[in-house]
Write a protein that binds this ligand. Sequence first.
Ligand code: GLV
Length: 317
Amino acid sequence: MKKILITRRLLKESEDKASKMFDANLNSNDELYSQSKLIELTQGCDAVLTSLTDKMDEETINKLPDSIKVISNFAVGFGNIDLEAAKKRGIAVTNTPEVLSDATAEIGILLILGACRRASEGIEAARESNWKWSADYLIGKQLTGTRLGILGMGRIGQKIANIARSLGMIIHYHNRSKLSEDKEQGAIYHDSLKSLFSVSDVLSICCPATKETENMINKETVEYFPKGAVITNVARGDIVDDEALIDALNRRKIYAAGLDVYKNEPNLNPGYLKNKSVFILPHLGSATKDTRIAMANLAIDNINEFFETGNCKNKVN
Ligand code: GLV
């Protein structure tokens, strides 16, 4: 039986599955392992099932024992793993695409609604019973007829586009390549960031975090948006230069932001907390029971597939 380390606690159903298929070392206290503890616990293991909270940088990967052949990430994103370093050591890295697209798209839409309709201010006022209805109280931005720019039209981006269309939004997107008409469903393709941002009344960031997308929202690109645009991010914090976005929010160039992901989670840049027009969630994209079970099952199956066939369809390096 192959031996695996699972770095974070999973839902019970998933841990039971892992324990049937592997000699699985579980983390019942859900402790956040330090680099040295993780290395120590991987001794003698064939694979490690990581979460997005594990920083699998070059140094950590180089210290893994030779027995490790797979890093199976319990996430669709893999910005926490140095893919090249893993490749150099002959370690396959896998992820969990598709199974979380619906849940994450729901949160993507919640971010758009929360930011546009001033949900943070509304929740605070309602909790404190500190509000008086009036014709101009907490007036927000209606979505009907507004242009939604989608940065990264992959599975999650396309699902957000579908829901947004039903809300009457007009879809624009930028992607590495133009989609087929069938997938576009009338969405308008932009071959540059500048072109997309300049028509985005609302932006939804849905692209993976890579060296190319790091700080794509920055001091220069934030100026491409129409005045009063809304920026939302359901992907990864690394795509946004926080200082640039906070400055744009403070001077009302950007009307509001809706964020589920941050650089240096869980420590948000305090500038976001000070601004009432920022609607924030604690990285809830895939947080539903069915989705988390499906993700864990896939992360476990990815390891199994690799050991049975020598490859895995969800290998990303
Ligand atoms: C969640 O953020 C994921 O990448 O799966």
